[in-house]
Design a protein around this ligand. Sequence first.
Ligand SMILES: *Cc1c(COP(=O)(O)O)cnc(C)c1O
Length: 230
Amino acid sequence: MRRDEIAAGLAEVDARIAEACHAVGRDRSEVTLIAVTKTRPAEDVRILSELGVRDVGENRDQEAARKAHDLAGLPLTWHFVGQLQTNKVRSVVGYADVIHSVDRLRLVEAISGEAVRQGRDIGCLVQIALDDDPSRGGVPPAGLLELCDEVALADGVRLEGVMAVAPLGEEPARAFARLRDLAARVQEQHPQATVISAGMSEDLAEAVAYGATHVRVGTALLGRRKPFVR
Ligand SMILES: *Cc1c(COP(=O)(O)O)cnc(C)c1O
């Protein structure tokens, strides 16, 4: 049964997070699991919710909007983790509680304007590019502090911290060490920005070792996704 599969995946991921915390002397309660449910049916999300998951992540607006609408009564925090185009902001602000992919001023302005218009208060994580591949999103480290200042000043949004994806072809631990240092610099200016969203199915232990407060896990929880055709 699907419920048993998901429960087993969840137990395994929880154990991996606990072990990663233990290995570096962190408390398990310091790390929040975000279940990345992209490409999965709303029913999977409902099961996760029944099993006690409170945070879910999606990366495509149309799909996320539909699921958030269908599951509106559940006690879930919706995280938008995908790259975000300004023409989708109106929709995303309607259901997302936290946006992890804030990486340019125009996007901050769009989210802020829409949040004010809709009377919403949106948590924002500034996504950092840990390599030079612009196709994966993120602000280059040189522009990080300025963008964080813009988020902190904007209405309708809260600067909660930073997010990153480990670059391809680099040891994740090295990249997450850079992320930790960048997050610390942000926190010097913005003490409330305590979130470090990092770590996925393959590299969550490394992310936890370098201070991740939120791990975003899909495959290890719910199984392999079908190849996605755009
Ligand atoms: C899909 C996705 C994840 C989850 O990846 P898995 O390898 O399936 O755990 C995490 N973060 C982002 C931004 C994603 O798009």
